[in-house]
Write a protein that binds this ligand. Structure first.
Ligand SMILES: Cc1cc2nc3c(=O)[nH]c(=O)nc-3n(C[C@H](O)[C@H](O)[C@H](O)COP(=O)(O)O)c2cc1C
Length: 241
């Protein structure tokens, strides 16, 4: 399929065919493609839980309010944000950036580039992603407002806003996954109708994690997809400047 064909093929599927199996390896490959999604500062504060165990799927179905897509799914993927891993990811990214500079930068550019990356992943990212009962967000807001008096400045730096930033990137990975699945002729249904507390308990997720989306997978039945893909008129949302 072309990208356009995959996008047109993807539909939220509420019933998967019991007779049609999907390949666990192909789903895993689609998750590798999900990890190539663009994401804020390349921090990759996400994890993908690929659930094939029937008992766990049953428990997750209950946590997803017994939605039919979950009841009939062959496999399930849970997209989880891990803002709590910000320090570890900053360190990992700094190491990868250093290796990249070593490999590709001309000799005279190496040191300034290393310094730049050190400032970014060694200081700025840990400062931006850290949380402490809202207070670090207030401090960042004040700094952003002051700096913003003199130059353009990112304004969304409160703890709630950074939480949204992390979820935004994770949702892009989820979309990459769904399009990749469509490219295989596989179907999905993104869900946010779930009890996150139950899901975290079932998957034994740490306190600092957050459930972004749950995606049951399989192959659609005819009745599992609405006949038309309903959208408001495109002119209503398209603004050409
Ligand atoms: C973040 C998000 C949460 C959603 N939650 C649910 C859900 O809990 N249950 C469900 O059946 N569909 C859910 N959907 C699917 C939407 O209802 C669906 O995408 C929309 O109706 C458009 O249909 P289409 O995906 O076939 O184009 C969700 C979609 C998104 C993006």
């Amino acid at each position: 399929m072309t990208v356009e064909e995959a996008i047109l093929y993807r539909r939220s599927t509420r019933e998967f065919d019991a007779e049609k199996e999907i390949s666990t390896e192909k789903v895993k490959r689609c998750l590798e493609l999900a990890s190539l999604a663009p994401n804020s500062s390349n921090m990759q504060l996400w994890e993908f839980y690929h659930v094939t165990d029937k008992e766990t799927m049953k428990s997750l179905t209950r946590a997803c309010l017994d939605q039919n897509s979950m009841k009939t799914a062959k496999e399930v993927v849970v997209f989880v944000t891990r803002q709590d891993l910000f320090y570890r990811r900053s360190k990992e990214m700094l190491k990868l950036e250093y290796e990249d500079i070593e490999r590709y930068s001309p000799e005279d550019r190496k040191e300034p580039r290393r310094k730049n990356r050190k400032r970014y992943y060694g200081f700025l990212m840990p400062f931006l992603y850290a949380r402490f009962v809202g207070l670090l967000g207030v401090l960042r807001k004040i700094i952003a407002s002051v700096v913003g008096l003199f130059q353009p400045m990112t304004r969304e730096v409160s703890e709630e806003e950074i939480y949204a930033v992390v979820h935004k990137s994770c949702a892009l990975a989820a979309q990459n996954f769904m399009i990749a699945m469509a490219g295989q002729g596989y179907d999905t249904c993104p869900l946010e109708g779930f009890d996150s507390k139950m899901v975290k308990k079932i998957l034994d997720l740490p306190y600092g994690s957050s459930v972004n989306m749950i995606i049951p997978c399989g192959i659609r039945t005819e009745a599992g997809v609405r006949r038309t893909q309903l959208r408001v008129p495109f002119e209503e949302v398209y603004k050409r400047i």
